[in-house]
Design a protein around this ligand. Structure first.
Ligand code: NAP
Length: 266
């Protein structure tokens, strides 16, 4: 059995995505959504030991508390002090962070290489930090961080020597532009940056997956950019969780996982 812990968790797409993955792989696991109150993350890990739960997905607000409560962290989780996946290694609980690697995998799925790429990332919250860390691990040569709040910009840029705070015109010289803010989820018409900054041939990726094509992505398409939606990151971070729980040889059907997520979204 596996589960996601968070609060609130009722609208999480993780159960649909993971159940589809288990079914496609013919694996007899169940997957539950468990609402765990803020401050109770270490109790949830104790319950994982007691109940023999094989794997946990972790979402807000528990990612940092779980990083404190596991026995060991993978390199990304250690660098970010944030865990989205818990697995067993013998009798030890291991915390991993697959969000950023899931984003890099979603780019690879779209035939976009990050090796030696120049990236502009808008945002400096939890999602941006995981993406910055993973892009640097995957070989990006230059990451410019653009964010409303300066101290968060500095902290996110300090995650890797290839990142630095930038100015909005840096969007134009980037190979890949990423929106890691929540701007574009609502109906207020605001955009993460002015689409006039885009140039044809750039890759523009939005971490938002509802709507699947944001107004910002649509504007980028009109400017001749390749766009990548946020559902790919969600599916691939879950696919990496499946590999952690089931082993590297596990057959992971990301198409079935994406289809399940799309059904839940509609
Ligand atoms: P977070 O930690 O709360 O960070 C929010 C970020 O958005 C911060 O950089 C914040 O800037 C910025 N922001 C919020 N409102 C803004 C505004 N009106 N103008 C300018 N900047 C604004 O949230 P998060 O977890 O990083 O999530 C960020 C986005 O990524 C969300 O849309 C979330 O749905 C998406 N996401 C997607 C996936 C996926 O799998 N596709 C995974 C995780 C998150 P300040 O620092 O100035 O406050």
């Amino acid at each position: 059995m596996a589960a996601v812990i968070g609060s609130p968790v009722a609208h999480s797409l993780s159960p649909a995505i993971h159940r589809a993955a288990f079914e496609a792989a013919g694996v007899d696991w169940t997957y539950a959504a468990l609402d765990v109150a803020p401050g109770m993350a270490s109790d949830a890990l104790a319950a994982m030991r007691t109940l023999g739960i094989s794997g946990l997905s972790v979402t807000m607000p528990h990612k940092e508390a779980v990083a404190d409560a596991v026995d060991r962290l993978d390199p990304a989780a250690r660098s970010l002090h944030s865990v989205n996946t818990v697995s067993w290694d013998g009798d030890q609980l291991v915390g991993s962070s697959t969000d950023g690697a899931g984003f890099v995998a979603s780019l690879a799925d779209a035939d976009v290489s990050v090796d030696d790429a120049k990236i502009a990332i808008i945002g400096a919250g939890g999602a941006a930090r995981s993406v910055i860390d993973a892009l640097a691990r995957a070989g990006a040569s230059d990451i410019t961080v653009l964010n409303r709040t300066a101290d968060k910009t500095e902290a996110a840029a300090a995650l890797t020597p290839v990142a630095s705070p930038g100015i909005i015109s840096d969007v134009t010289r980037a190979d890949i532009v990423v929106n890691a803010t929540s701007v574009g989820m609502g109906d207020d018409g605001s955009l993460p940056c002015d689409p006039d900054l885009f140039r044809a041939g750039q890759v523009v990726a939005d971490l938002i997956y509802h709507p699947l094509e944001t107004r910002w992505m649509a504007a980028a398409s009109r400017q001749g950019c390749q766009t990548v939606d946020g559902l790919g990151m969600l599916v691939h971070q879950a696919a990496l969780q499946q590999k952690i729980w089931l082993g590297d040889d596990a057959v992971i059907d990301t198409a079935a996982m994406r289809a399940a997520a799309m059904r839940s979204l509609s």
